[in-house]
Design a protein around this ligand. Structure first.
Ligand SMILES: NC(=O)c1ccc[n+]([C@@H]2O[C@H](COP(=O)([O-])OP(=O)(O)OC[C@H]3O[C@@H](n4cnc5c(N)ncnc54)[C@H](OP(=O)(O)O)[C@@H]3O)[C@@H](O)[C@H]2O)c1
Length: 257
C-alpha cells in the first residue's frame, strides 16, 4: 500500500468465521473463487480505477467480493484533495461502479455513511446500488444509529455492524462486565459476547467481531445457535437508558460532511 495523504486506506479482513457470519445476513450473494473473503475499504483521495487492479495483483485474486468506500469524509489519513467530500464520494463511486461493471468487483458498499450520504450516491450517473453500509452498531448505540439501521434496511442496504463488543479503542472489557448482560447470558447458558452478537443479528445486521483467538471465533459463530426473546431484546436495548448502568458507549461520531 502506498503511504501519504492521498493513499487509500486498505484494510483486509481475512477470516473464514467472519465470512460465514456476514454471508448469512448480508442479503447479498457474494460468490467466492477461493476459500477466503476479502473486505477492502478505501477512500476517494486516490484513484480506485488504478488501485483496485493493484489489489487484485497483490492478493492474487480474479475479483474482489465487496469493496467499501470507507468513511464519508475520508478521515485524517485520506482527506479529499480534489473537491468537497461529497464530490470525492461521487467521483469514487463513479469509478468503482465502472470497475464493478467489468466484473473485478462483485458488490460495492460504504462505511460509516448516513442515509443522506448514501442517497447522494444514487445521483451518480451509472452508479451502482449500495449493497452494504458498515457502521458502528451495538446495543449501546445512540437512537440515531437504530434509525440509520432501519433506513438502510428499508432501502435494501444491508447493515454490517462493527464494534459489536465496543472493541474499538479497546473498551470491550467494560461491556463484557455489564451486569444485565451477564444475567441474560447466564440464563441462556451463553456468554456475553454471544448475547451481544445475537442482539445485532436479530436486529438484522451482519456482524464482524474482531478476534485472533480461534476459541473466540468458535464461540462467536455459535451466536447462531440460540435466540433471544423479545423481552430479552428489549431489556438489552434499554440498558443504555439506565443511569446506573456502567457501559462504554463511545466513538459514535456524527459526520455530516
Ligand atoms: N468500518 C469501520 O469504520 C471500522 C472501525 C473499527 C473496526 N472495524 C472493523 O470491525 C471489526 C471488529 O473490530 P472492532 O474494533 O469493532 O472490535 P470488536 O469486534 O467490538 O471487539 C474486538 C475485541 O473483542 C475481543 N473478542 C472477540 N470475540 C470475543 C469473545 N468471543 N470473547 C471475548 N472476547 C472477544 C477481541 O479479543 P480477542 O482477539 O482476544 O478475541 C478484541 O479485543 C474489525 O474487523 C475492524 O476492522 C471497522
Amino acid at each position: 500500500m502506498r503511504q501519504g495523504e492521498d493513499a487509500p486506506c486498505v484494510w483486509c479482513l481475512v477470516c473464514g468465521a467472519v465470512w460465514v457470519l456476514c454471508r448469512e445476513l448480508c442479503g447479498v450473494i457474494l460468490t467466492l473463487p477461493f476459500s477466503l473473503s476479502f473486505f477492502l475499504q478505501f477512500y476517494a483521495g486516490s484513484t480506485p480505477a488504478e488501485q483496485v487492479p493493484v489489489w487484485l495483483e497483490e492478493l492474487g485474486l480474479e475479483y474482489i467480493d465487496l469493496v467499501l468506500l470507507h468513511h464519508p469524509e475520508g478521515m485524517p489519513f485520506g482527506k479529499c484533495a480534489s473537491g468537497t467530500p461529497a464530490e470525492c464520494r461521487a467521483n469514487a463511486w463513479s469509478q468503482l461502479s465502472k470497475l464493478q461493471k467489468t466484473g473485478v468487483v462483485k458488490d460495492l458498499g460504504v462505511s460509516n455513511f448516513n442515509i443522506r450520504q448514501i442517497n447522494e450516491l444514487g445521483s451518480v450517473e451509472g452508479g451502482a446500488a449500495v449493497a452494504v453500509n458498515q457502521i458502528q452498531y451495538n446495543a449501546f448505540a445512540p437512537p440515531r444509529q437504530d434509525l440509520l439501521v432501519k433506513e438502510c434496511q428499508a432501502q435494501g442496504v444491508a447493515v454490517t455492524a462493527w464494534s459489536s463488543f465496543q472493541g474499538t479503542m479497546m473498551q470491550h472489557a467494560g461491556m463484557f462486565q455489564q451486569d444485565t448482560l451477564k444475567e441474560i447470558a447466564a440464563a441462556k447458558g451463553r456468554s456475553v459476547p454471544q448475547v451481544l452478537l445475537r442482539w445485532a443479528l436479530q436486529r438484522g445486521a451482519a456482524v464482524i467481531p474482531g478476534t485472533g483467538n480461534p476459541a473466540h471465533m468458535d464461540a462467536n459463530l455459535a451466536a447462531y445457535g440460540f435466540e433471544l426473546s423479545e423481552a430479552d431484546m428489549a431489556t438489552i436495548s434499554s440498558i443504555k437508558n439506565d443511569p446506573k448502568a456502567d457501559f462504554p458507549a463511545t466513538g459514535f461520531e456524527v459526520n455530516e460532511s
